[in-house]
Write a protein that binds this ligand. Structure first.
Ligand SMILES: [Mg+2]
Length: 122
């Protein structure tokens, strides 16, 4: 069974690009356009193995989304990579403090992203 990754970003271009990069490696991908959409998909699709999430999104931003996930027992250990345009130290500290495993700044190098995905899926 290929690992199933949820890609969350309000930009369709970014969603499709990230999905393309990781699908090419054989992963199964579902996309969501904001935090609320992502939560709905996590509840309706069993067995999401990892999440790659943007921060700046309408309706529910990435930080709120991650905080929400980490408060729930079933999502406490799901690996999360934040992929954001915001690269200041305070943003990185906030994201990691909320429970993201890694924080990457856009534009991410495809090789580096894949390396991190594989590392976290161990
Ligand atoms: Mg965004």
């Amino acid at each position: 069974m290929p690992k199933h990754i949820l890609v969350v970003d309000d930009s369709k271009t970014v969603r499709n690009l990230i999905a393309f990069i990781i699908k090419k490696e054989g992963f199964h991908v579902t996309t969501a356009e904001d935090g609320l959409d992502a939560l709905e998909k996590l509840y309706s699709i069993a067995g999401i193995d990892m999440i790659i999430s943007d921060v700046n999104m309408p309706r529910m931003d990435g930080f709120t989304f991650i905080k929400n996930l980490r408060e729930q027992e079933i999502f406490r250990d799901t690996p999360i990579i934040i992929l954001s345009t915001e690269g200041q130290e305070k943003d990185i500290q906030e994201g990691l403090g909320l429970g993201a495993n890694l924080y990457m700044v856009k534009p991410a190098q495809p090789d580096k992203l894949l390396q991190n995905v594989k590392m976290l899926l161990g």
